[in-house]
Structures are given as structure tokens and as C-alpha cells.
Design a protein around this ligand. Structure first.
Ligand code: 2BA
Length: 148
């Protein structure tokens, strides 16, 4: 095997644990939060979408500004007054990718093609943090810069 091939296979089989943004730094909401609270967190944090957790700190989905606004879209206007009566659980996206901390970089790279961030869980399915597309691209970039 050439040195380039060896470095490539080392990168692809590397575990993602070093790249994870820890849960303390991740903006999130909970299932029973009303949508006005979720919108506040999304606007304040500046992110488009964030994870949704349950009371046991398990990942249950993710919610975006678009899903919130879509849920209060009336015939002629946004029905802002409904924001407080709808819970996050009702409108969140439930089918989201999740990976474990010992997942390989190769699998994370493939998953990140269609997802700006991926929730990471431990063996007990508790939320550990997120892996963002930018941290994956930064590592790929570093690999290519070093190879040239
Ligand atoms: P978006 O919110 O759509 O953000 C897309 C990209 O814009 C981010 O890519 C980042 O490069 C930049 N960006 C947006 N808001 C930012 C902010 N407040 N501070 C710094 N940079 C910001 P990624 O870093 O790859 O993040 C991908 C997605 O992961 C984000 O998509 C967001 O949905 C989620 N995310 C990232 N960090 C988060 C955190 N600390 N808490 C909650 N969600 C996070």
C-alpha cells in the first residue's frame, strides 16, 4: 500500500470522538416546550435547526425555524398567537440520523452529505453532542492540504 492510501484508510477508519461538539455547547429544546420558546432559542443561537431531547436527555428529533413557521401558516398570514399552544413534539422532524461516539469517520462523512449536523449518542442512547458538517469538512481539508 502507498503512503497516500495508508493515510486515506487511517482517516476513514478514525473514530469521530475528537470531532464532537459536546452537549454543553449545543443549543437544544425539549419535547414539551412550546414553539414560542423553541423559536426564541433558534433565533438567539442563530442556528437553523437544533436537537430535541426528552427528560432523560435522549435525542428524539430536531426542529427548525422552517418547521415552526410552516406550522402556524394560515391562509393569509402567520398565526403567531398559536405559537404558545403547540409543542415542539408536534412539529419536530423525528426521522433523523444518529451515530455512536465510536463510529468511523467514513460513515460520518457519508451521513453528513444530506445532514448539516448529526446527533451523537452513547451506549445508553443518551445525548453526547453533535457532529457538524463543517468539522467533517475541516478534517478532510486538513488531510488534502497535508497530502499536497
Ligand atoms: P445552520 O444553523 O444552518 O448553520 C450553517 C452553518 O453556518 C454552520 O455550519 C456554521 O458554519 C454557520 N453558523 C450558523 N450559525 C452560527 C453561529 N451562531 N455561530 C457560528 N457559526 C454559525 P456547521 O457549524 O457545520 O453547523 C451545521 C448545523 O449544525 C447548523 O446549521 C445547525 O443546525 C447545527 N449546529 C451547529 N452548531 C450547533 C450548536 N452549538 N447548537 C445547536 N445546533 C448547532
Amino acid at each position: 500500500m502507498t503512503i497516500d492510501r495508508l493515510k486515506q484508510s487511517q482517516l476513514m477508519s478514525k473514530e469521530i470522538s475528537d470531532l464532537i461538539i459536546s452537549h454543553e455547547k449545543v443549543a437544544h429544546v425539549q419535547l414539551q416546550n412550546p414553539l414560542d420558546h423553541a423559536l426564541l432559542i433558534l433565533i438567539k443561537s442563530g442556528y437553523t435547526a437544533i436537537p430535541v431531547l426528552d427528560n432523560d436527555f435522549r435525542v428524539r428529533g430536531q426542529i427548525s425555524k422552517n418547521e415552526i413557521l410552516d406550522s402556524i401558516l394560515g391562509l393569509e398570514r402567520l398565526e403567531i398567537e398559536r405559537l404558545h399552544d403547540i409543542t415542539v413534539e408536534t412539529v419536530m422532524k423525528k426521522k433523523i440520523p444518529r451515530l455512536k461516539t465510536d463510529t468511523t469517520f467514513s460513515k460520518a462523512l457519508t451521513t453528513s452529505i444530506n445532514h448539516p449536523f448529526i446527533c451523537i449518542e452513547d451506549e445508553e442512547a443518551s445525548f453526547v453532542g453533535i457532529l457538524t458538517r463543517s468539522s467533517i469538512l475541516a478534517l478532510v481539508n486538513r488531510y488534502f492540504q497535508q497530502s499536497t
